[in-house]
Design a protein around this ligand. Structure first.
Ligand code: NAD
Ligand code: UDX
Length: 464
């Protein structure tokens, strides 16, 4: 079966970049990305491609090449569903904030809405692809809804989790370590649907990197992959605290451990704690699933990864307060970096939010600078926590447009995102414009200790 029309529901961090790359690599396939968020779609259609709503290196060039050729962005969800042979569901699946499973389970409300809309609109057979990260066995629920509410047409459901990381999305999509496709391997229709999706990816991904499995393995592999990755960060972060007590250096430990080919060098960078929309949400979801099966030891094991991460954020903030003579009340603290990692404008679950909240509890005056995040986003992130009033947040937190401005007259600086530009700052000038002693807290192991201490900074870095 040859796919001619693809629809993707959800024009977010995954749907947008993924479909842009599919459209670029498969010029004979029409790809329409739809969303209920009109502002987001308008931004994807902005004549100036630099204004697309998601910042990812290399993405605007691809959009420029494919948009209005075979890549379209629209709010007309029904029309796109109707036209498509294959529909990707790439909507958000955040942690539930209410009811059973509150604070742990994935909220599948938007997934179900998509399924019901597809069932209502579809007038011919379609392949439905789960692109969102979902609890294992969600495909069964989707099938139930589609088969029982549809117009008698046939649906094949595939799981095709996305492994891209933000900041390197385009690179990851163009050269994925693997593409995972789960489907009904026991029926000819299931195999045919899987083959159709394999053929899309095979336009640019070597066949040996396209893995096909049963649908449950595919769904569970995504949660497992994120749990393993986050576990590595929590493991090295746990060691970072021990390094600080013993004179060991976490970078040296990570290098020594990572040179063992069985461990490998990647994802062993100690930090102020992992953020992003996926790790915490997906591990909590895994913990919840394990609990629902009565697997309490499995649940506790994975929950510890989150407990360690929360501890890391808290202890970083607590160390700022302790080092500044046990009070930051009324003191100006500069926060460099608000995004959860460099090269993205995404701030979801960013460590900076929690560190700032902690400092606000201590009545600090916080000045934030991030090259890709605007003030409204910073305020929205803090307001979402509901720990301080909107008035207090706007009074105590200022967002500025340069690192130099943020650091001027500050008592301390905290580097919370590893943006390259922070390495290149004129640190001598920054130092001269600060109050003394000038404290510098490196939550990313971005800066060179010796050169900063030579300038005169009181320097603190995670893990040494
Ligand atoms: P996002 O919030 O950026 O985008 C989701 C979009 O779906 C939103 O724009 C929303 O308006 C839209 N939407 C929701 N319900 C809709 C509906 N019924 N009809 C039309 N549009 C609808 O989310 P994201 O970061 O792109 O993540 C999407 C999924 O991919 C999640 O399940 C996430 O876990 C998974 N994932 C994310 C990443 C990542 O790096 N962000 C990586 C891999 C997997
Ligand atoms: C993650 C997964 O990597 C990706 O495969 C999945 O599809 C989505 O979730 P993402 O959250 O975008 O991607 O970024 P990632 O590079 O994994 O970083 C997550 C967080 O961990 C960031 O806050 C990052 O700074 C932190 N991190 C990562 C560390 O602190 N140390 C490391 O060694 C690696």
């Amino acid at each position: 079966m040859k796919i001619k029309n693809i629809c993707c529901i959800g024009a977010g961090y995954v749907g947008g970049p993924t479909m842009a790359v599919i459209a670029q690599k498969c010029p004979s396939v029409d790809v329409t990305v739809v969303d209920i968020n009109e502002k987001r779609i308008a931004a994807w259609n902005d004549p100036d491609v630099e204004n697309i709503p998601i910042y990812e290196p290399g993405l605007s060039d691809i959009v420029k090449e494919a948009r209005d050729r075979n890549l379209f962005f629209s709010t007309d969800v029904n029309a796109a569903i109707d036209k498509a042979d294959m529909i990707f569901i790439s909507v958000n699946t955040p942690t539930k904030t209410y009811g059973i499973g509150k604070g742990m389970a994935a909220d599948l409300k938007w997934i179900e809405l998509c399924a019901r809309q597809i069932a209502e609109v579809a007038k011919n057979d379609k392949i439905i692809v789960e692109k969102s990260t979902l609890p294992v066995r969600t495909a069964a629920a989707l099938k139930d809804i589609l088969d029982n509410t549809g117009n008698g047409v046939k649906f094949q459901i595939l799981s095709n989790p996305e492994f891209l990381a933000e900041g390197t999305a385009v690179e990851d999509l163009k050269k994925p370590d693997r593409v995972l496709i789960g489907g009904d391997i026991d029926t000819p229709e299931g195999k045919e649907a899987m083959e159709a999706l394999v053929n899309i990816y095979a336009s640019w991904v070597p066949k040996e990197n396209i893995l096909t499995t049963n649908v449950w393995s595919s769904e569970l592999s995504k949660l497992t992959a994120n749990a393993f990755l986050a576990q590595r960060v929590s493991s090295i972060n746990a060691m970072s605290e021990l390094c600080e007590k013993t004179g060991a250096d976490v970078n040296e430990v990570a290098k020594a451990v990572g040179m063992d080919s069985r461990v490998g060098p990647k994802f062993l960078k100690a930090s102020v704690g992992f953020g992003g929309s996926c790790f915490q949400k997906d591990i909590l979801n895994l913990v919840y699933i394990a609990k629902t099966f009565g697997l309490n030891e499995v649940a506790d094991y994975w929950e510890q990864v989150i407990i360690m991460n929360d501890h890391q954020k808290r202890r970083f903030a607590a160390n700022i307060v302790k080092t500044l003579y046990n009070t930051v009340s009324g003191k100006k603290i500069a926060i460099l970096g608000w995004a959860f990692k460099k090269d993205t404008n995404d701030t979801r679950e960013s460590a900076a939010i929690y560190v700032t909240d902690y400092l606000l509890n201590e009545q600090a005056e916080v000045v934030v600078y991030d090259p890709k995040v605007n003030s409204e986003q910073v305020y929205a992130d803090l307001e979402y926590l509901c720990t301080h009033s909107n008035e207090e947040i706007r009074e105590r937190v200022k967002v500025v447009t340069s690192a130099e401005e943020a650091c001027k007259d500050a008592h301390a600086i905290a580097v919370l995102t590893e943006w390259d530009e922070f390495k290149e700052l004129d640190w001598k000038e920054v130092y001269e414009n600060m109050l003394k002693p000038a404290f510098l807290f490196d939550g990313r192991r971005l800066l060179n200790r010796k050169t900063k201490e030579d300038i005169g900074f009181e320097f603190y870095a995670i893990g040494s």
